[in-house]
Ligand binder design. Sequence first.
Ligand code: HEM
Length: 185
Amino acid sequence: MTATRTVRRTGAWFDLGRRWRKTVLVTHIVSAGAWIGIDVMVAVLVLTGKYGTDVEVRGLAYEALATFVVWPMLGSGLICLLTGLILGLGTRWGLLRYWWVAVKLVLNLVLCTLILVALRPGMGEVGDYGRDLPGGASEPAAISDLFYPPAVSLTALTLATVLAVAKPWGRIRPGRRARRARDDV
Ligand code: HEM
């Protein structure tokens, strides 16, 4: 079947082709997995920083959090978003055709925005606190806010994974065939 006929038959914006679809899907799943892994690492660092018994290790956990987390997390989130967009536009799923894709799109956009506006700005303070902790620095407000990012992000990404696998709720607007059947009644 030609690319034009495939696009017309499936309602996709372009014909991704089998090989490219598989390549982009693998990249999508790997980036989502990396994102979840980084979130787990953030949870471990936050818990170690707060409840660790060795003050040096607690300080290092905060320094690692401030140094290594934001950009890899944003990078994996953006790769997941970009590959998700390509998969949506290049297949019959579309972006705003099925609830499970539309909800994942919203979750991905909200999470990437939160990394930039809620997580990144406090990181300088967290790193400074980590460096000064062994010297007896007092805890800044940014530290207690650190529990939210991994909790919110892990919940949302688990939901997105469940949606991707279960594909629930069907179409946002009924398809042509369903509309015709409804009108015939
Ligand atoms: C929020 C983070 C996301 C996670 C954790 C995630 C996870 C996944 C997973 C695990 C699959 C494979 C499902 C399977 O093959 O059974 C998948 C497929 C898919 N995802 Fe995502 N996804 C995310 C974001 C997005 C976004 C933002 C979009 C679109 C804008 C999207 C669109 C798709 C599509 C269309 C497929 C099916 C591809 C196909 O079958 O060819 N995803 N996603």
